[in-house]
Design a protein around this ligand. Structure first.
Ligand code: ADP
Ligand code: 5GP
Length: 191
């Protein structure tokens, strides 16, 4: 029988380095990774492309997909802003034998792990400390002071879910965090 791909769930509070780490690891050809493009009803940010970063939908389109049962999971991550993992997105990649990375929030991550069990690995990326997280968010320069405090507040809430993940990796030194996550993925894919 052809080998089926497997699911790699990555969750992290905003600013913990998830984009930096996933961006680096996606380039490793031997891991044969595809990114699960989620659906959302939020508007695209400058530079974001429909079908690449997200499937950008209207409220109506998102609700229709909920009614059709098209989502493996969906969450209201911020007030009025919905994000969901499409069943079709996972099936196509997994059936073609590719491994799929899901960049989803903590509730979605715990939910997908429950549904897929041994066919999924869940990894939580944590900051070395809340102070360091605040420093990185400031250094990134993409958010106002008010938004940074909102993200830090949400990070404290999300950190409460880390024990529900298979693995927690602290992103202290970036290169070391990348090596650890890559190794976890290799071990999982090859077992
Ligand atoms: P996320 O995708 O989780 O919101 P980013 O990948 O955008 O986070 O990282 C947030 C900021 O922190 C970026 O400016 C990034 O360059 C920086 N960063 C990421 N990892 C580290 C690290 N280990 N040490 C110092 N800075 C880091
Ligand atoms: P952003 O708007 O910054 O792109 O994403 C906000 C949050 O939504 C991030 O924590 C991201 O991981 C999460 N997210 C993205 N796609 C999904 C999804 O399909 N399901 C869930 N539950 N969360 C998602």
């Amino acid at each position: 029988m052809d080998k089926k791909g497997r699911l790699i769930i990555i969750s992290a509070p905003s600013g913990c380095g998830k984009s930096t780490i996933i961006g680096d690891i996606m380039d490793r050809k031997e891991l044969d990774l595809q990114f699960s493009v989620s659906a959302t009803n939020r508007k695209p940010r400058p530079g974001e492309i429909d079908g690449v970063n997200y499937h950008f939908l209207s409220d109506q389109q998102f609700n229709d997909l909920i009614a059709e049962g098209a989502f493996v999971e969906y969450e209201q991550v911020y007030p009025g802003r919905y994000y969901g993992t499409l069943r079709s997105e996972l099936q196509n990649s997994v059936n073609a034998g590719h491994n799929v990375i899901l960049d989803i929030d903590v509730k979605g991550g715990v939910n997908v792990k429950k549904q897929f069990g041994e066919d999924a690995i869940s990894i939580f990326i944590a900051p070395p400390s809340i102070d360091e997280l605040r420093k990185r968010l400031k250094g990134r320069g993409s958010d106002s002071d008010e938004e940074i405090e909102q993200r830090v507040g949400r990070a404290e809430y999300e950190l409460g879910f880390q024990n529900e993940y298979d693995h927690v990796v602290i992103n202290d030194t970036l290169s070391e965090a990348i090596v650890k996550i890559e190794q976890l993925m290799k071990d999982f894919i090859n077992n």
